[in-house]
Every structure is written in C-alpha cells, then in structure tokens.
Design a binder for this molecule. Structure first.
Ligand code: PLP
Length: 380
C-alpha cells in the first residue's frame, strides 16, 4: 500500500513508538498514583517524565498543565464545555473540523451559547483578521481556531488572532490536530490559553491519546468526574491540574507511546520534517498543475507557509470515486470526500464534490508520489 492519508492518522509509526507501547505493557502495567508499592510509584514517575517531555516540546512553563486526553476531539470538548457558560458567544474560523463545530452546534441548539463563523481568506491575513474582529460582541468569551486547515493546508494567522482575542479579554484555543509535530508551537511565546493536539497524527503516537495544554492560570470545569487517586476523601474534583481533568485510569501505553513519538519528532527536527513534506507537496503540485479537468486547491501567495497537504478535485467526478480508483488501481490510500470539515468545504466552494486529499508523512518518498501521479493519469 502507498499510504498518503497521514492527516487522518500517521502510518507507519516509528519503531521507537512500537517498542515504547510494548514496553509500557510489560514494565509499566500498573496504576499510577493509586498504590504505595514500588511498581505503581515507578509508573507514576514515568508518566510525570512524559509530562515533562510534552512541556519542553511545547515550550510550556509547567508540566502540571499537560492534560492527557483520549484525542484532540476530547481535548476540544473539555475546553468548550469547561469554559463556556450560558449566554456566552464563541467565534470560530470557517475552516474548522466537526470536532469543533458539532459540540458548538449542540450547545447552541440547547440555547446555551451562540457562535459566529469568521471567514478565512487564504491569501489575505488582514481580511481574515478583520472578519474575526467584526464578529466580536460583548458576550464573546472564546475564540477557537485551527492552526491549519485539515483539508487544504491553509495556515491561519493564529498568533495574531490570539493577540486580537486577548486585547478583548477573550480566551483563545488553538486546534493543533494537524500541525503539532509539523509547525512550531510554543505556548509561552505564543500566549495560547489552550492547545488541543491529536497524539496519533504528526506526533506519531498511537491512537487513543491526545493532549490538552493549558497556558493560563484559570481553573476550568472538568468534562468527566471520577477517581484520581488524590484527595480521595473530597467528593469534589481536585482543584489542581492535571488531576482535575484526568478522572479515571490513565492510558499508560498511549502516554508512553506518545512520548516516544515526541522524541522521534524532536530527533528528526520539526523544521526538517516540514521541509521534507513540503518539498513532496511542491513536486506533486508541479506535476499535477497541467492536468486537464483537475483543480488544485493551493494558496497562491502564502503556500510556502501552509501545512504540507494538497487537495484537488477532478471535474465531473466525485472525489470519493477518484480515491476509490486510486486504491483499486495502485493501492494508493488517500481520502476523498469532506474530511469531517463541511464548513471548510462550503467556505472554499467544494461542498458538493468534496476533494481528494494527499497527506505525506516523514516516511513518504518521492517514489510514492510518482506512483500516485502515474495512477491519476489513468483515471477516466
Ligand atoms: N481537529 C482537526 C483539525 C482534525 O483534523 C481532527 C482530525 O482529523 C480533529 C480535530 C480530531 O482529532 P481526533 O480524531 O484525534 O480526535
């Protein structure tokens, strides 16, 4: 198989990650923070060391603000449901994933909150910023913004949107599902209140692990209540992180696998990973741009900053059948359709046909791209 669907989840995982998961089950198969015996304490120390690795990776000031979650969707739900109170207003970008849009839609259907969608103009950061500014009202409490579109790769001016939010005392949450491990994220410099990450994408961890990184001192409400192994006599959840947000037994294989993924990315270098994947996307764009009936969705001015994915549509064909053809013809696995981001497709004008998305990882080769291009030539 030629796997080019790494935005869905990266495959293969690095050997170090596979070994770390295996080792976690053999050596750290104990419940941390729940027992006074050596094995439980050793596991707790190992988890703490993983928090430290995450802290350093994302330029945070303390490891307690690293919350392990089941994934990015879980982390985003914690933020939305932990922060928002009745009557609050939220602003999101027009490129958000359903992991953001659906929880907000539910909350608004129940009459709890309202939300606005600020249109992203891919080639014009000033206009994008202007749209965020125009959407602010006196009830706006939170802005949520994807770092880069999971469909088109368009990168948003998130540092400036965050500064805009803060100038109005609005909290800012970054959805880094597609960019953690590919673009630099530094909580202390960038000032984000919350960053939500998927462990299984470009951090090369296993599925079932994600991160909520908290960059401010506010205590938000937990999404799930339960045992933490700390202050057990108190029926209320602990008033300190990370325990407040981590009810129930932790996913030790996931956490230790994710830590190995972070170390893998650190060793490769985020800059080098970005360069390598962008080079493949640039070559692909070059080779596809003269194809008749094929429309590429790429930023004209700012493509050099975008996340390394490429979406295209074939005139007269729905994108799922193009993806189906590629797999049948040459075992090229790509994703066609709406990529769980209908509002992004609506905003770009691809809602009816969807797009085919090509997403390399650090393991993708030029040969993989050549096979894709040659199979596409045979379509129709
Ligand atoms: N946000 C974006 C931009 C995504 O692309 C995804 C997944 O594709 C998510 C959130 C949800 O991530 P997960 O499936 O790991 O919960």
């Amino acid at each position: 198989m030629i796997y080019l669907d790494n935005s869905a989840t990266t495959y293969p995982k690095p050997q170090q990650v596979i070994r770390a998961v295996d080792n976690a089950l053999r050596e750290y198969g104990f419940n941390p923070g729940r027992g006074g015996y050596r094995e439980s304490l050793k596991t707790a120390q190992k988890v703490y060391a993983a928090r430290e690795t995450v802290k350093t990776f994302f330029g945070m000031s303390n490891a307690e603000s690293v919350i392990f979650t089941c994934g990015c969707t879980h982390a985003l739900n914690i933020v939305m449901k932990g922060v928002l109170k009745r009557g609050d207003h939220v602003i999101i970008s027009s490129l958000e994933h359903n992991a953001v849009v659906r929880p907000l839609h539910q909350l608004s259907e129940k009459g709890k909150i309202t939300y606005s969608i600020a249109k992203v103009v891919p080639d014009d950061d000033e206009m994008t910023l202007q749209h965020f500014r125009e959407a602010i009202n006196s009830r706006t409490r939170l802005m949520i913004c994807t770092h880069a579109s999971n469909v088109f790769g368009y990168r948003l001016p998130v540092e400036r949107i965050c500064a805009l939010a803060h100038s109005y005392h609005i909290l800012f949450c970054l959805d880094a599902a597609q960019t953690a491990g590919v673009l630099p994220i530094h909580l202390t410099h960038d000032g984000y209140d919350f960053v939500c990450c998927a462990g299984h994408k470009y951090l090369y961890g296993p599925m079932g692990i994600g991160l909520l990184l908290i960059g401010n001192d506010n205590l938000i409400d937990p999404l799930i209540d339960g045992g933490t192994g700390s202050v057990s006599s108190d029926l209320a959840m602990p008033s300190f992180y990370p325990d407040r947000m981590e009810a129930g037994t932790l996913n030790i294989p996931g956490i230790l696998g994710l830590e190995a993924g972070l170390r893998f990315v650190q060793r490769q270098g985020i800059g080098q990973i970005y360069e390598k994947e962008s080079r493949l996307i640039n070559v692909l764009e070059d080779r596809l741009k003269d194809y008749q009936h094929l429309k590429l969705y790429r930023n004209s001015n700012l493509a050099h900053q975008d996340a390394p994915v490429l979406s295209f549509a074939v005139e007269g064909s729905d994108s799922e059948s193009v993806a189906g053809f590629l797999y049948k013809e040459s075992a090229v696995a790509v994703r066609g359709g709406l990529h769980c981001a209908p509002i992004a497709h609506k905003s770009v004008g691809t809602l009816s046909s969807g797009t085919v998305r090509i997403a390399p990882s650090v393991f993708t080769t030029q040969m993989d791209i050549n096979i894709l291009v040659n199979s596409l030539r045979k379509f129709r």
